[in-house]
Write a protein that binds this ligand. Structure first.
Ligand code: TYD
Length: 218
């Protein structure tokens, strides 16, 4: 493990960190690296990904990401399905992990709904947050880390087998990116934005430094 992180990473026990960003931002790679780093350091980690992470959530995931949908999925229906999957995740996985003092690392969370169904899909922040408050039932992350990337870099990182949401227009993805930046601007204490354009190791070091500064005593 990075010798630097070994001095402070244990302080993350009991914290809840979300990794989020546009498709192709590389957040999932960084997510896996932090899971590994924390696990190797002896922390108990609860790692979850959205949509999914529970049996019922994985069924909802299949419905949501199926590229063969013959009809447009209404954005309200889409938002409620993402939130339904999240409600199950909170009750089944996150609440017990919080009670056990584990480090919770989530690949996407309500910040994705605010960006995709909100900023890009047209739903209001207030509507999403009011459904979100009901679904999350007082569980809220300590920090949202947004991996920010321009479209060209993101496109180069995407798997050629795109899912239903990744197949949406360039304009949609521009709004998604802007949506994340707007969330961070509105809540600078709860969010950190990382420039995800550089190579993997550079982004990793930036991410560690951000976490150290924001969630530990140094
Ligand atoms: P996934 O294959 O998990 O993508 P990634 O590896 O980028 O996380 O697919 C998740 C897709 O669902 C992704 O395009 C973002 C979208 N999404 C929403 O539109 N709203 C949400 O609330 C969530 C959690 C994801």
């Amino acid at each position: 493990m990075s010798s630097d992180a070994s001095t402070w990473i244990h302080q993350l026990a009991g914290r809840f960190i979300v990794f989020d960003g546009p498709d192709g931002s590389g957040k999932s790679t960084q997510f896996r690296r932090l899971v590994r780093l924390a696990t190797d350091a002896g922390l108990e980690v609860c790692e979850v990904r959205e949509p999914g992470g529970t049996y019922v959530g994985e069924q909802i995931r299949k419905v949501l990401l199926d590229p063969d949908h013959q009809e447009e999925v209404d954005v309200r229906c889409e938002m409620l399905l993402f939130m339904a999957s999240r409600a199950q995740l909170v009750q089944q996985k996150l609440r017990p992990a919080i009670a056990a003092g584990k480090l919770i690392l989530a690949d996407r969370f309500i910040s994705s709904t605010l960006a995709y169904q909100g900023s890009a899909g047209g739903l209001s922040t207030d509507d999403i947050l009011s459904v979100g408050r009901f679904a999350l039932n007082d569980v809220w992350p300590d920090l949202f880390i947004i991996f920010d990337v321009d479209e060209k870099t993101a496109a180069g990182r995407l798997n050629p087998l795109l899912d239903r949401i990744e197949l949406k227009s360039a304009e949609f993805h521009r709004k998604v990116r802007q949506g994340y930046l707007d969330q961070a601007k509105a809540d600078p204490k709860g969010y950190a934005v990382i420039d995800a354009r550089p190579d993997e190791n550079t982004v990793h070091n930036q991410m560690l430094e951000t976490i150290r500064q924001r969630l530990t005593k140094g």
